[in-house]
Design a protein around this ligand. Structure first.
Ligand SMILES: *[C@@H]1O[C@H](CO)[C@@H](O)[C@H](O)[C@H]1NC(C)=O
Ligand SMILES: *[C@@H]1O[C@H](CO)[C@@H](O)[C@H](O)[C@H]1NC(C)=O
Ligand SMILES: *[C@@H]1O[C@H](CO)[C@@H](O)[C@H](O)[C@H]1NC(C)=O
Ligand SMILES: *[C@@H]1O[C@H](CO)[C@@H](O)[C@H](O)[C@H]1NC(C)=O
Ligand SMILES: *[C@@H]1O[C@H](CO)[C@@H](O)[C@H](O)[C@H]1NC(C)=O
Ligand SMILES: *[C@@H]1O[C@H](CO)[C@@H](O)[C@H](O)[C@H]1NC(C)=O
Length: 243
């Protein structure tokens, strides 16, 4: 796809870019996407509660991804949950359950919102968004400058991303993990992942978009990540997936 077309996607972006992250179990970011409000205990609220409970149960058993809707007409709620690659069954379930509670504190009575954690993301809305690219998200760079030659690091990183992106597009669950040696001694670890409601071609568009942004934002840094709703990528010089 042309860089012109990629540029035209930029307007969708409302990143916050941070260089330090407080991790633990705190959300990384949230977005209240609908100005419309529901009334506490109205059918929309009840449908949302039920859907959130169902998604937190279903996501771990469905290889880290689930979506669904509840209710009808103006009270219909659509929701989606994704757990990051390599997150345990128990953590996936607890992350989605936490996310669906916390989003209500952060976007009170909003008819649409998304919340991002280290281990999962949860999105809901009153419109059917399944299959649509959503490039809103969050980016973080490691504060540490590369100690290696940037030229050899860049080369390794570019090769790793193209391999992971290729693997992701043909994988059953739209993700890939990998590692590459950098300059003989060190190793670079990374993953790419798309939500499974989008097509493989939309996954490709999403990955190209975030990888372009990542190399722009985190150039010269030894780690970085971007998570938009439709896809996520991260690289580090240590094995972060089992941390
Ligand atoms: C969804 O959750 C409700 C209770 O909140 C439960 O009665 C129902 O069986 C669940 N549905 C599925 C498909 O898990
Ligand atoms: C969910 O929240 C509980 C209570 O705050 C916390 O102990 C737990 O670690 C959280 N789970 C995840 C996966 O973030
Ligand atoms: C990284 O490099 C920049 C400028 O090249 C410098 O300002 C910054 O302090 C460095 N960061 C660290 C953690 O050394
Ligand atoms: C490997 O790293 C060393 C020091 O970190 C540097 O002097 C050397 O140029 C690097 N080699 C390549 C091929 O980048
Ligand atoms: C590394 O890659 C980034 C983006 O791809 C580029 O802007 C930068 O100039 C590259 N650095 C070197 C030393 O090649
Ligand atoms: C992550 O999961 C992939 C397969 O899904 C596996 O090959 C890899 O070893 C796992 N990595 C870690 C660090 O657990």
């Amino acid at each position: 796809m042309s860089s012109l077309k990629l540029a035209s996607l930029l307007y969708l972006l409302s990143f916050i870019l941070l260089f330090k992250v407080a991790f633990c179990e705190l959300p990384l970011h949230h977005r209240c996407s609908s100005p419309e409000k529901f009334t506490t205990n109205d059918p929309f609220d009840k449908n949302l509660q039920q859907l959130a409970g169902n998604l937190s149960n279903e996501t771990p058993t469905n290889a880290g991804f689930s979506l669904g809707s509840r209710g009808q007409g103006p009270y219909e709620v659509y929701g989606l949950a994704l757990c990051r690659v390599n997150v345990s069954y128990a953590d996936c379930r607890s992350c989605v359950a936490n996310a669906s509670k916390e989003i209500l504190n952060r976007c009170p009575n909003s008819k649409g919102a998304t919340i991002w954690y280290e281990k999962c993301l949860f999105k809901y809305g009153n419109e059917n968004f399944f299959g649509h690219l959503d490039l809103h998200g969050v980016a973080f760079c490691s504060p540490n400058n590369l100690s290696q030659s940037i030229i050899s690091f860049n080369e390794t990183k570019v090769n790793m991303w193209s391999q992971l992106a290729d693997e992701t597009l043909v994988s059953q669950n739209l993700y890939a993990v990998g590692s590459s040696e950098v300059n003989g001694s060190d190793k670079l670890y990374g993953f790419t992942q798309c939500t499974r409601d989008i097509s493989s071609s939309n996954c490709e568009v999403c990955l190209r978009f975030v990888l372009t942004k990542l190399s722009e934002y985190c150039d010269g840094k030894d780690g970085g990540r971007i998570s938009v709703v439709s896809c996520s990528v991260r690289y580090e010089m240590y094995e972060f997936l089992n941390a």
